[in-house]
Ligand binder design. Structure first.
Ligand SMILES: [Fe+2]
Ligand SMILES: [Fe+2]
Length: 289
């Protein structure tokens, strides 16, 4: 297993777009079409991003020494994109707090999960990052592929989520390629076993934690008990059914020889594809790499 072919498209460009969202006006509390369950699940996801994405960056950068030059460049662009995502989701979360939500329970849960992972060898953090980046990429794909997911959402908030989705698709192979390089001397079966085990662990926590987080935020809106469960499960699994719709792409992660770019979904980047290459204000983007 010494040579690794990286199937990332040769003409892929990972372009950090230094955008700011929602700074000018207060956001309605139920910004997602006035719906408690829709607002709650997106807010619960957003709560994980500032700390979670900092962890992704730290996990990938721990293995950047000696990687091929092209991957080194991709790691830099990924780092910059994630740093800007963290900043924008931090601002988004502050607006949710200003609207009256208490996010402390959700934040504590993220900290708890990260502390457990950080207590393990760095390669486990990389495997967890790779798994969560696959999650993010398939959620992003679905979000852009089906406009129903953001139906009725506040315009600025919807823009933030679409912008984030675009960049997650662009850098979806970076953690994976870093892993392929870091484990290039491992036997195939060991690579697959660690990758699969970590994905199962991460998935369980992702589904349980985001569901619990969303239910907590719905409780803060006065929606509780069976009614809250019914609304949330319907939204996630039936209509628009984000979790159901990503199930197939989630399973593909376990196929031998899988790579995130097996599916080239850059056609979904649409209007955003050109942004950041000249249309953007010439603001200096902080590069953490
Ligand atoms: Fe991100
Ligand atoms: Fe990402």
């Amino acid at each position: 297993m010494s040579t690794t072919i990286l199937p990332t498209p040769a003409d892929l460009s990972i372009t950090p777009r230094d955008r700011r969202f929602g700074r000018s006006a207060a956001e309605p509390r139920l910004w997602h079409g006035g719906r408690a369950e829709a607002t709650a699940i997106y807010n619960a996801l957003s709560t994980t991003f500032p700390r979670g994405e900092a962890f992704f960056v730290e996990s990938v950068r721990a293995f950047r020494d000696g990687v091929p030059p092209r991957l080194a460049e991709e790691i830099k662009a990924f780092t910059t994109q994630e740093a800007i995502h963290s900043r924008e989701h931090d601002a988004f979360n502050k607006r949710a707090a200003q609207a009256g939500y208490d996010l402390s329970m959700l934040e504590a849960q993220v900290e708890k999960r990260l502390a457990i992972t950080r207590g393990k060898p760095p390669i486990v953090s990389l495997a967890a990052t790779m798994a969560l980046e696959h999650f993010t990429a398939i959620l992003a794909h679905q979000l852009l592929a089906d406009p129903r997911h953001l139906d009725g959402a506040d315009t600025e908030a919807a823009d933030l989520w679409r912008w984030h989705a675009v960049e997650e698709i662009e850098h979806k192979g970076v953690a994976y390629d870093t892993w392929l390089y870091a484990t290039r001397d491992w036997p195939r079966w060991k690579r697959w076993k660690v990758k699969a085990k970590v994905m199962l662990y991460v998935t369980r926590n992702f589904v349980v934690d985001r569901t619990a987080g969303a239910l907590e935020l719905m409780r803060q809106d006065g929606v509780t008990g069976l009614r809250a469960w019914r609304m949330l499960l319907w939204y996630l699994w039936v209509r628009p059914g984000m979790f159901r719709k990503i199930a197939g792409a989630w399973v593909r992660y376990f196929l031998p020889g899988f790579h995130p770019w097996d599916e080239d979904d850059r056609h979904l980047l649409g209007a955003y594809a050109a942004i950041g290459t000249g249309d953007e204000p010439k603001r200096k983007v902080r590069r953490a790499a």
